[in-house]
Design a binder for this molecule. Structure first.
Ligand code: SF4
Length: 64
């Protein structure tokens, strides 16, 4: 399972990198950088699911 960000939907609200900094990092232009793309553990998948919930634009997804 892979963590993805659709940068066309992202509005740089920052909820992902402020709340889930194990998975995301803020870049200089305000967009998130994905730190861990491969969700290999339940803990990572749980964290990613929480990030999806806090993103206001639906930009974060998990792909099989
Ligand atoms: S929470 Fe969503 S809209 Fe905000 S920076 Fe992260 S991906 Fe972009």
């Amino acid at each position: 399972m892979k963590l993805k960000v659709d940068y066309k939907k992202c509005e740089k609200a920052g909820e992902c990198y402020y709340n889930h900094n194990a998975l995301f990092e803020r870049t200089d232009n305000g967009f998130p950088k994905i730190l861990v793309e491969d969700l290999t553990t339940d803990a990572l998948r749980h964290e990613a699911a929480e990030a999806i919930e806090v993103c206001p634009t639906g930009a974060i997804t998990i792909e099989e």
